[in-house]
Design a protein around this ligand. Structure first.
Ligand SMILES: NC(=O)c1ccc[n+]([C@@H]2O[C@H](COP(=O)([O-])OP(=O)(O)OC[C@H]3O[C@@H](n4cnc5c(N)ncnc54)[C@H](OP(=O)(O)O)[C@@H]3O)[C@@H](O)[C@H]2O)c1
Length: 287
């Protein structure tokens, strides 16, 4: 049996769909049972566990051949990342107690970076899980193509997309969540010893300008990318309600300056199959 956290979200849902298509038994780990009903109807066993509840997670992971661990995103963490430290300790103790056969943890590109930034949350959790002796795969995907969901309205209505990724002709390692889910499901069904890192990006790197031209082609209207000046980010993010925008700003700096990159560089990453155009088409259609 394969226990899947985050199953009601983008990546977890893709992982589960791939496993069900391979006729594997899936346990849907949800934080509210009613949200898992659709998965129960597809034949999944349904259990309730919050990512910060060690007891519930231990029960959810017990007896699993493999566990997929997804920690929900936190864009506005405390300066000392205390939320990620707490989640890391909870996950470590639940996995140590449940002892599943294998674990695939959804991490991120740049989890090995030494400069503090938003992705340091995954660095902290990778380090804590790294203390466990069971087989663990750290799946490190690039920037999700689905982040473009934030741009659909402005591309459609105004023909302008604001970009924090800069310069706007610089290629960025991006990947579709369909590719992440497929690769995660493959890893969950493999066997290995010890710890491994799998870095994953799409078929080719994507510039912000390419996002604009792809939207333009799909929408049949001109769309251009407009860089947001770096000196305005802090006040902008604070005006949007963020308490501590520094980690997010440092993460964007890391992508723009190139120190958020795969440990094995572009030459060492696995390549997905799903192109940006397919992702943007789906985002536009599901709007
Ligand atoms: N966006 C990127 O470019 C990028 C790049 C690399 C890595 N990542 C990582 O990918 C992950 C996000 O994946 P995603 O986009 O698939 O997530 P998502 O679509 O936002 O889904 C989040 C999932 O987490 C669940 N969840 C939320 N709070 C929870 C809690 N307290 N306890 C248990 N489950 C909870 C949600 O359940 P409900 O339905 O109940 O809310 C949902 O299933 C993050 O760890 C992020 O750092 C993102």
């Amino acid at each position: 049996m394969f226990a899947i956290t985050g199953i009601t979200g983008k990546v977890g849902g893709e992982v589960a769909r791939n496993l069900l298509a391979a006729n594997q038994p899936v346990r849907a780990v949800v934080r509210e049972l009613r949200k898992g009903e659709a998965w129960a109807q597809l034949g999944c066993d349904l259990v309730r566990a919050d990512i910060n509840d060690a007891g519930a997670l231990t029960s959810a992971f017990k007896g699993a051949e493999s566990v997929f661990v997804l920690v929900p995103p936190n864009f506005d963490p405390s300066p000392d990342f205390q939320e990620a430290r707490a989640t890391a300790a909870t996950l470590r103790s639940a996995l140590a107690a449940a002892r599943p056969g294998r674990v695939v943890y959804l991490s991120t590109i740049g989890a090995q970076a030494t400069q503090s930034n938003l992705l340091t949350q995954h660095t902290i959790i990778e380090q804590a899980l790294g203390e466990l002796s069971m087989p663990i795969g750290f799946l490190r995907p690039g920037w999700f193509m689905e982040n473009c969901s934030w741009d659909v309205a402005s591309a459609t209505n105004d023909g302008v997309i604001l970009s924090f990724l800069q310069p706007i002709d610089k290629p960025v390692p991006m990947v579709a969540t369909a590719d992440i889910g497929r690769v995660a499901a493959e890893l969950l069904q493999e066997t290995w010893k010890g710890h491994r890192v799998v870095e994953l990006e799409g078929p080719h790197r994507v510039t912000p300008n390419e996002i604009a031209t792809t939207f333009a082609d799909l929408l049949g209207r001109p769309v251009r990318m407009e860089p947001v000046p770096r000196e305005t980010w802090e006040s902008l993010f604070k005006s949007q309600g963020m308490k501590n925008p520094t980690p997010r700003i440092k993460m964007l700096d890391g992508f723009n300056e190139g120190w958020i990159e795969f440990e094995s560089a572009e030459s060492g990453s696995r390549k997905g199959r799903v192109a940006l155009e397919a992702v943007l088409r789906t985002l536009i259609e599901s709007r």
